[in-house]
Design a protein. Structure first.
Length: 261
């Protein structure tokens, strides 16, 4: 309850601050939606030249992309670590965070919340509903619970990967580090992993498992039996990578020496 209370207070402060400049708030939402629209148009352009992509139809690829947007929007809202090194390490704000009673990582999440990112999740759900309707998918008793579980698991995968990579900032004061590269790699998770060569499939499945934030869980709803076992493995992958991320972060905090003079 203590942490839920903190979350509520930070969200209220965020809204008070951002709504002081309402135009900026809505511009951010519109820009995020335009970015997603460009990616969506890219898919449509591809299918203007082919009937299937690696054995996936247009509506199936769109459904995968819609699912990808749901956990990505939640992650973008609550787990925003972009610019951590410059703000908290180089400028010394980590020292301030460590003097407070709440867990340091949770504080950093709260200080960087970005509610407009949730608009992407809502659009993703709409995309799934429309493409699922075109595919004739039925709403089963397990559909909504599975959507929640797999979305949370995907967010855990994102959180684990980016927390582990961000923890490297405790050993180096590089402003951005490897995060920009990882943001580019994660875009591969928007599409069916089977369209890539074998090396990239292994990379996206077992090394940097972005396939588990898009195609594998989406395949469960698409009734792709060849990927059913991978879809059911998503919660386990989320738990493993979240654990690795938290352990890496805590180890980095113990090694942190302060901003110095």
């Amino acid at each position: 309850m203590y942490y839920l209370g903190l979350l509520g207070e930070y969200l209220k402060n965020y809204m008070k601050t951002r709504l002081t400049y309402r135009a900026d708030f809505w511009v951010e939402i519109v820009s995020d939606l335009l970015f997603q629209a460009v990616n969506f148009i890219f898919i449509l352009v591809i299918f203007m030249h082919t009937d299937s992509l690696g054995g996936w139809s247009q509506n199936e690829v769109i459904f995968v992309y819609g699912f990808f947007m749901v956990p990505y929007g939640i992650f973008g809202c609550f787990i925003n670590l972009w610019g951590f090194s410059e703000r908290y390490i180089v400028k010394g704000e980590m020292d301030r965070v460590l003097t407070r009673p709440a867990h340091n990582l949770f504080q950093i999440f709260l200080e960087n919340v970005d509610p407009p990112a949730l608009a992407g999740s809502l659009i993703g759900i709409v995309v799934m509903i429309i493409s699922g309707g075109n595919l004739g998918l039925s709403l089963e008793w397990w559909t909504l619970p599975a959507l929640v579980l797999l979305s949370v698991s995907a967010v855990a995968i994102y959180t684990g990967i980016y927390t582990a990579l961000t923890s490297l900032s405790f050993y180096s004061d590089a402003p951005t580090g490897i995060l920009p590269l990882m943001y580019n790699i994660q875009s591969y998770g928007r599409y069916p992993v089977t369209i890539y060569n074998r090396a990239i499939q292994v990379l996206l499945t077992w090394v940097i498992p972005f396939a588990f934030v898009g195609v594998y869980p989406a395949a469960l709803f698409l009734e792709r039996e060849e990927m059913r076992s991978m879809a059911l493995l998503t919660p386990a992958v989320g738990a493993v990578f979240l654990t690795v991320g938290l352990l890496s972060w805590n180890h980095g905090v113990r090694k942190y020496k302060g901003a110095g003079s």
